[in-house]
Design a protein around this ligand. Structure first.
Ligand SMILES: C[S@@+](CC[C@H](N)C(=O)[O-])C[C@H]1O[C@@H](n2cnc3c(N)ncnc32)[C@H](O)[C@@H]1O
Length: 361
């Protein structure tokens, strides 16, 4: 029997995962229009998609002929732990194969869409879903953010092409960043201001102006892909010149700090620390990614002893935080800003950075 206490902790756990939100068709159309040439003669697999609610299924079934697809496969997950947030009320997980508009009425009809029950729960890692994955050429979906690492690892293991939605925090993950660095994974065209609205029954925290019933807004969302785009072969136009005052050198990396991507100097041949959002402009012919400032990356060169962190309001605490960020040495303690004191030296930590080098210098 599920007690009240254990039931509520289960609800909390499910809430914490927050994977139940649905992509809007216009967002899919806006991204997918850049990839049309990749789909001719291909088997597309959407493996986190209930065809009854998935706009990915809608997009590919209605554009099946236009894209020249060979087959569309969709599987949906039926969580074994039903909760308030599960929207799919079918008895079992389902599996669907669509091979085009046979009766030429321009609509994917019920008789053309073979919906069958799955034996298991439709988990993308289950044997039956992996068998379907093996048949697929390109995987396109918005997978559960909470399983993103594992999801991408599976695609890589099976050597699949993909175009998927994820959170930009994933860029910093140990299992994801090395793929970006090695040009095996990159960002797509993306959402306006990296923000997207999804259909969901989660609590709506949008401001009154853009509040819409049944929608949530999530910031920092990106498309991740290994399908080539024209965008990633466009050069970033550089116009600034290097000088040591505007581009200080980190204390813990042999690199200069470039706090905005647009300010990357055109004439600096060494390693530069740039914001994560640089990846939206990354052209692998122009720049090489040499590492990241995350503490797990091999680029990390110097570790500090425990530091005294002095907060803007003067509070002091002993921390190791400086070892998780690029550090800029300061001449004197800054007024009204958090800084770190190590021995007699003062430092400021900057946000996580990607370390890059201009390949053309
Ligand atoms: C972010 S939602 C997106 C849903 C849909 N792909 C869309 O874009 O509208 C992620 C979906 O993955 C499903 N999911 C969670 N765990 C899963 C698993 N292990 N295998 C397959 N799907 C899973 C969730 O139920 C949820 O519907």
């Amino acid at each position: 029997m599920v007690t009240k206490a254990s039931n509520s902790s289960l609800q909390e756990a499910k809430k914490a995962k927050r994977d139940e939100f649905y992509t809007q068709l216009p967002d899919i159309e806006r991204e997918l229009r850049h990839y049309k040439t990749h789909f001719e003669g291909k088997v597309v697999y959407c493996n986190c998609d209930d065809p009854r609610v998935s706009s990915f299924f809608h997009y590919f079934s209605y554009n099946f002929e236009k894209l020249g697809l060979k087959k569309l496969i969709t599987t949906c997950y039926k969580s074994q732990d039903r909760d308030l947030f599960s929207q799919n009320d079918s008895e079992s997980a389902v599996y669907l194969e669509y091979e085009g508009d046979r009766n030429l009425n321009n609509v994917p009809d019920v008789e053309e869409i073979g919906v069958k029950p799955l034996m298991g729960d439709g988990d993308f890692r289950s044997t039956e879903c992996v068998e379907l994955l093996k048949q697929a050429d390109i995987v396109v979906t918005n997978p559960p953010f909470s399983l993103f690492r594992e999801y991408v690892a599976q695609l890589m293991e099976h050597n699949k092409k993909f175009l998927i939605i994820g959170h930009q925090n994933a860029i910093k993950y140990k299992g994801i960043f090395p793929l970006i660095k090695d040009n095996r994974l990159w960002l797509g065209y993306g959402f306006t201001r990296n923000m997207a609205q999804f259909m969901s029954s989660y609590e709506n925290t949008m401001t009154d102006l853009d509040r819409q019933e049944g929608m949530i807004r999530i910031s920092g969302v990106q498309w991740f892909t290994n399908l080539d785009t024209t965008k990633r072969h466009e050069d970033l136009i550089l116009y600034r010149s290097y000088n040591p005052d505007d581009y200080p050198t980190y204390d813990n990396f042999d690199a200069i700090e470039v706090s905005k991507t647009v300010d990357i100097p055109m004439d600096y041949p060494g390693v530069m620390g740039v914001p994560i959002t640089f990846l939206e402009k990354y052209n692998p012919d122009q720049f090489e990614i040499v590492g990241t400032s995350q503490s797990w990356d091999e680029q990390r060169s110097k570790a500090y002893p425990p530091q005294v962190q002095v907060s803007a309001d003067g509070r002091k605490s002993t921390v190791m935080k400086l070892n998780d960020a690029p550090a800029l040495q300061l001449q004197s303690p800054p007024a009204g800003k958090t800084y770190y004191a190590v021995g007699g030296d003062y430092f400021q930590a900057v946000y996580a950075r990607i370390l890059i080098r201009n390949k053309r210098l």
